[in-house]
Design a protein around this ligand. Structure first.
Ligand SMILES: Cc1cc2nc3c(=O)[nH]c(=O)nc-3n(C[C@H](O)[C@H](O)[C@H](O)COP(=O)(O)OP(=O)(O)OC[C@H]3O[C@@H](n4cnc5c(N)ncnc54)[C@H](O)[C@@H]3O)c2cc1C
Length: 397
């Protein structure tokens, strides 16, 4: 197939793979360059709200999701210090009925496998592992991508380059400068625990959210309830200088336990039971005014990295991919199609980035604001709590 139909994607994460599917299904040839030598599945969960699950169903991944994902019964919000239930919102059944697609939870590695299997079935998608996009040069009718593999540089002439290369995107840096992500001064501690080692309130089929001053904790079951995903987020100035870029930096469980020593006994017991913990320094960036130039654009975290407090970073990458696929296959001039894609995505993703920052403040209030927050939550029905996000969940890419 000619270079006029070939699109290069930097990055084979959730965003890169789903974009590859969207473009191939639209009749393009796709080359995905992934820096990692092999996909190393990391142990963590991901929540996919209806705006994202809808896209995966549209790509025919429903059958695979039915095996790998599950619908939690509800979201239960509790006060960290005394385990008092503040709110309970319905998810299972309700989300599908209200928004036309379910709220799903699954293991990230399983989602990645589903996407990889789907891309392997497309003859027009090639994934080159161990190959990093190092640079690019724009031409009137396309772009030359410079890749690096085993210290060997290679040039590839393609119609467009999509930077889906994550928080520290090289494609973004080449276009807009190499500024560092904005540290959130929060550390996410992460663990997976066998469900049979936990008390029932943690092993139940719910998303649990515990709120406290300068910390919160989220848990939900994965893989048929056999394992529980736990993420504890704490305020931390140390991470402002920490540039770790992996999911798997080992953490010290005693340090984590110290941060939750004034919390309810259930939470302390939960932390005690964690086999091991890893940590991740949270960071985002301010919304960009422009995402691309000529035949180059950005997608997913490369375009709009956000704090995880709305559980939407992956969802936004999935939405981006659907919109990109719709814009790029219509036979329009590539640069025109990419600018259209950016216009369709910029406002919404910026809103989610800002809302995630706002949730950061709300989750971590101290008194008296925390007491006010708890009162407001308690007074609102769970359904109303969900419906505040109609604008988010209702979206059809
Ligand atoms: C604690 C936490 C919890 C979260 N929970 C959720 C959730 O519940 N729901 C949700 O929707 N989102 C969640 N997110 C956000 C979500 O994980 C990200 O938004 C999502 O993974 C972004 O996908 P991506 O493909 O854009 O980037 P990435 O997943 O970062 O993938 C980028 C890929 O590009 C590769 N790469 C990097 N540079 C290059 C290069 N130069 N050339 C080639 N390849 C390159 C990398 O190796 C990587 O494979 C959470 C995030 C965190 C931190």
């Amino acid at each position: 197939m000619s270079e006029r139909r070939t699109i290069a994607i930097a990055g084979g994460g959730i965003g890169g793979l789903i974009a590859a599917l969207a473009l191939a299904r639209g009749g393009m040839r796709v080359l995905v360059y992934e820096r990692a030598a092999r996909f190393a599945p990391f142990g963590a969960g991901i929540q996919l709200s209806p705006n994202a699950s809808r896209v995966l169903y549209a790509f025919g991944l429903g059958k695979a999701l039915a095996t790998a994902a599950s619908e939690p019964e509800g979201l239960i919000v509790r006060r960290g210090r005394d385990a008092q239930e503040l709110a309970r919102a319905p998810l299972k059944g309700f989300m599908g009925q209200r928004y036309g697609a379910p709220y799903l939870i699954l293991h990230r590695a399983d989602l990645h496998t589903i996407l990889r299997v789907a891309t392997e079935k497309e003859i027009d998608i090639d994934i080159e592992m161990g190959t990093a996009v190092a640079d690019f040069a724009l031409h009137k009718n396309g772009v030359t991508v410079l890749t690096e593999r085993d210290h060997q540089l290679e040039e590839h002439r393609v119609a467009a380059l999509i930077g889906a290369d994550g928080l520290r995107s090289t494609v973004r840096a080449r276009m807009f400068g190499n500024d560092q992500p904005r540290p959130a001064e929060r550390t996410a501690w992460r663990a997976l625990v066998p469900a049979d080692q936990l008390p029932p309130e943690f092993a139940a089929n719910n998303v649990g959210l515990w709120l406290g001053h300068d910390a919160h904790l989220v848990h939900y079951p994965l893989r048929g309830g056999s394992v529980i995903n736990v993420v504890a987020v704490v305020a931390d100035a140390w991470q402002a200088t920490w540039t770790g870029d992996g999911w798997n930096s080992p953490g010290d469980k005693d340090e984590l336990a110290g941060r939750f020593s004034a919390w309810a006994p259930q939470v302390r017991d939960l932390i005690d039971s964690l086999p091991s913990v890893t940590r991740w320094a949270l960071a985002d960036r301010k919304p960009l005014r422009r995402w691309g130039e000529g035949a180059v654009t950005l997608l997913g975290d490369a375009a709009h990295p956000m704090l995880p407090f709305l559980a939407q970073g992956g969802g936004m990458a999935i939405e981006d991919a659907m919109t990109l696929g719709r814009c790029l296959v219509r036979g329009e001039d590539v640069a025109v199609a990419l600018r259209k894609y950016e216009r369709l995505r910029r406002y919404r993703t910026a809103r989610v980035q800002r809302e995630a920052r706002r949730m950061d403040r709300i989750y971590h209030y101290s008194n008296p604001m925390a007491a006010l927050r708890d009162m407001v939550m308690g007074a609102r029905s769970g359904q109303k709590m969900i419906e505040r996000y109609n604008w988010l969940y209702r979206h059809k890419s």
